[in-house]
Design a protein around this ligand. Structure first.
Ligand SMILES: C[S@@+](CC[C@H](N)C(=O)[O-])C[C@H]1O[C@@H](n2cnc3c(N)ncnc32)[C@H](O)[C@@H]1O
Length: 221
């Protein structure tokens, strides 16, 4: 591990706004049955970014919607360090980052907690033939259902054709309702600024290479 990365891995524990839930063994914070009110006010709406990396979505949405709460989740501490540092520099008070496995989130988040979930560029996990590790596999959709509000929406962007068709194939058996899906977001008629006007780190990289962005939006009822 490089010096910068290793510094961030250690220093992330000193960053404000990064939470380490109990299962990770560090600074146990019990987020259930409800969040401490000094952390956030769920009645104002909670939006999650899963596999947030450096948190571009969380940060941009938090600036646009200061009345709502935004939580980015990722396992990689060095990326969360970057995200939390930017949140501090921007003075954002409605942003949190949780260093945790997404697989464990139903142990931390209460029911009816989130109104929306963003999954920008989940790992395609090509070697994982059952697809279990993909963040849009039936196993993960079941986990999201645990803390997503009944009318809550999931939005996913990907560069990966395999992950795109895998996700669409799973929706029916997972009892999800597709709202829309497009194979080339930036050539489509979708003009919602939250969808087309915010680009994550991976989205910028793929677009620079001329790779089209696929987009899916569905309800988990
Ligand atoms: C391809 S990166 C995308 C990062 C960011 N969303 C973007 O678009 O720039 C996928 C991210 O998901 C995180 N991730 C994958 N599986 C995870 C899991 N089960 N729990 C927590 N984080 C996970 C990885 O650590 C990584 O940061």
């Amino acid at each position: 591990m490089g010096r910068k990365k290793s510094y961030r891995y250690k220093d992330v524990r000193n960053r404000e706004r990064v939470l380490f839930p109990a299962l990770c063994g560090v600074d146990p914070i019990c987020l259930k049955p409800s969040w401490p009110v000094d952390l956030l006010k769920p009645e104002q709406g909670v939006v999650l970014e899963l596999g947030c990396g450096k948190g571009e979505y969380t940060l941009a949405l938090a600036e646009r919607y200061p009345e709502k709460n935004f939580i980015g989740v990722d396992l990689k501490s060095d990326r969360l360090w970057v995200a939390a540092t930017k949140a501090m520099e921007k003075g954002l008070e409605n942003v949190w980052f949780v260093r945790a496995r997404i697989d464990h989130l139903s142990a931390y988040f209460p029911k009816n907690f989130a109104e929306a979930i963003w999954i920008p560029f989940p790992d395609p996990a090509p070697g994982n033939h059952s697809g279990r590790k993909r963040l849009t596999s039936p196993r993960f959709l079941e986990i999201y259902r645990d803390f997503l509000k009944p009318c809550g929406i999931v939005r996913c962007k990907t560069d990966h054709e395999g992950l795109y068709s895998f996700t669409l194939d799973n929706l029916f058996s997972a009892g999800a309702r597709l709202r829309r899906a497009v194979e080339d977001l930036h050539a489509s008629d979708i003009d919602d600024p939250d969808i087309v006007g915010i680009e994550s780190h991976f989205e910028k990289e793929f677009r620079k290479k001329g790779i089209s962005v696929k987009f899916m939006e569905f309800y988990l009822e």
